[in-house]
Design a protein around this ligand. Structure first.
Ligand code: HEM
Length: 256
């Protein structure tokens, strides 16, 4: 083929040369083919969903267990002790509780690890930043989930120091959740209750969006069912959070 010396033909000629020779200028002229990630995104999403499920299952059981405080100190303190006796012949005293703790820790680590990798990939796939004031809904939700996740993590660390280890609680007695809860959320410690309310609202947002994402990952959503599934995610998260909130609020108002 004969090429004339026009600018267009020079450009085409350069491309033709590169294609035919596999030339070294290729990197600057054509974008590099994206590398296949070592861990597929679908596996990361599966880890998110599975670890999220374990954490939600724990929350449901925990919330129902907490409500026993309305039946008095014997009920909730007895429940805390009973939990330590579960599978005792096989696992020993408190062995079951340790199995749950290890499962929770593994789930939290898996959840954060998969979320971080997915977020980094999403960032890499969009190297050009959005202009100010031009944020899309997706990036808003992603930021809310990220910061919500950080608040939840900080809350859980404080919460364990408060009601499990006891060092952040005025009573901090072992196996005495009734005394620890009523003292920890006493009226003059209203700011602790306020902190719990804020953290639980963050958990509500995180949970509602997380449930909806999990439903989408599992492919259960469809246009027809979208509204219903979103409503189920909202109602479930609300019932769970109200079930939690009612305990510190009742302690602060002296109802328990
Ligand atoms: C707001 C209401 C809540 C109350 C009154 C409450 C109460 C308690 C109590 C009394 C314990 C100690 C249980 C024991 O030693 O047997 C505990 C442990 C724990 N709670 Fe909560 N909790 C609440 C909310 C939450 C939330 C929202 C989460 C998670 C996001 C959570 C996660 C945990 C964890 C991880 C432990 C440690 C379990 C262990 O290692 O033994 N709690 N909670």
């Amino acid at each position: 083929m004969h090429w004339t010396a026009s600018p267009l033909s020079s450009a085409l000629g350069a491309v033709a040369t590169q294609v035919s020779t596999g030339g070294s200028a290729k990197a600057s002229a054509t974008p590099a083919r994206p590398k296949r990630p070592l861990i597929p995104a679908v596996l990361l999403k599966f880890v998110m969903a599975l670890s999220g499920f374990v954490l939600v299952a724990y929350l449901v059981v925990h919330m129902i267990g907490n409500l026993q405080i309305f039946w008095g100190p014997t009920a909730i303190n007895g429940y805390a002790e009973w939990l330590r006796t579960l599978l005792e012949p096989v696992l020993g005293w408190e062995g079951f509780v340790w199995v749950v703790r290890i499962a929770l820790l593994a789930s939290v680590i898996g959840h954060i690890w998969a979320a971080t990798l997915l977020a980094l990939r999403a960032k890499r796939a969009r190297p050009v930043k959005y202009a100010a004031g031009n944020k899309v809904k997706g990036s808003y939700t992603t930021r809310t989930m990220r910061w919500g996740g950080v608040i939840v993590l900080l809350f859980v660390i404080y919460h364990i120091l408060d009601l499990t280890v006891g060092v952040a609680n005025p009573v901090g007695a072992h196996l005495k959740p009734y005394e620890n809860i009523t003292a920890g959320f006493a009226p003059d410690r209203w700011y602790v209750t306020l902190f719990y309310v804020i953290a639980l609202l963050a958990i509500w947002f995180h949970l509602r969006h997380g449930l909806w994402s999990a439903i989408q990952t599992l492919g259960w959503n469809s246009n027809r069912r979208e509204k219903t599934l979103k409503a189920i995610a909202t109602v479930f998260s609300t019932v769970l959070i109200v079930g939690f909130l009612i305990v510190p609020i009742s302690a602060t108002f002296g109802w328990i």
